[in-house]
Design a protein around this ligand. Structure first.
Ligand code: DC
Length: 224
């Protein structure tokens, strides 16, 4: 039997540590949609640039890197992985160093141009939950549903801190909060596609909500 259910495009934006990834994965699973983590795409390009020693102010080399790098992005249910050639590099992309550089390189026109095009291809057929900073404003301004997920800086820092591995536990909560704030400021103040709530996005403050409560609020609004 042919289903006449339309496959929706759902955009989730917000600052680091607001809970976007967890809820986007759950939402994708619930709806049977693909999950696309655009942050990890920026992380992958930063990883490639750092590995090759390409500094951000060399626009020419960054533009070259973008066309030459052998990165591929694989949505698979509620997982989203990055490959460099045949190697799955996803686990290498969550370090504090790559967090820092992803914010730096994501401000560059060549990087955004390349990744936004890919993100539009990944979402063009609908049936996708895509999370990032500019999905509702730039990548899919016509998305069926847009959410902007936020939480207090302290709560976001605490969540990030709790995710750290044991061998990183000497890192202080204060310094995690500072790093997040620095990154958010950089992401919000850049010229191209800054982190911003789209005027038609539903704002959800997750500071005092569980992930299930955030998911429920989203599902109450989504009418397939
Ligand atoms: O979501 P994340 O923390 O993994 O993202 C890493 C960095 O990538 C973030 O600091 C800014 C950048 N980014 C972006 O510029 N646009 C997006 N749509 C997603 C991430």
């Amino acid at each position: 039997m042919k289903s006449d259910r339309r496959k929706l495009t759902i955009a989730i934006d917000g600052p680091a540590g607001a809970g976007k990834s967890t809820v986007a994965k759950l939402l994708a699973e619930k709806l049977g949609y693909a999950y696309v983590d655009t942050g990890i795409m920026y992380r992958a390009l930063a990883w490639a640039a750092v590995k090759q020693g390409i500094v951000p102010d060399r626009d020419d080399l960054v533009a070259q890197l973008v066309t030459d790098c052998k990165l591929s992005f694989k949505p698979d249910g509620n997982q989203f992985s990055v490959f460099s050639g045949a190697e799955d590099i996803t686990p290498q992309l969550r370090t504090p160093e790559i967090s820092h550089y992803s914010s730096v390189y994501s401000a560059l026109p060549a990087v955004r141009h390349y990744l936004v095009k890919l993100q539009r291809q990944l979402g063009q057929a609908g049936g996708v939950v895509m999370e990032g900073r500019d999905i509702g404003t730039v990548v899919f301004p016509e998305a069926d549903y847009k959410f902007f997920l936020n939480a207090s800086p302290e709560e976001r820092g605490r969540r990030r801190f709790n995710e750290l591995e044991d061998d990183e536990s000497q890192v202080k909560l204060d310094s995690v909060i500072k790093q997040l704030n620095r990154r958010d400021k950089q992401d919000s103040e850049r010229r191209l596609a800054p982190l911003r709530q789209a005027p038609d996005a539903a704002l959800i403050d997750s500071t005092r909500l569980t992930i299930e409560q955030v998911l429920d609020r989203m599902l109450q609004l989504i009418k397939p």
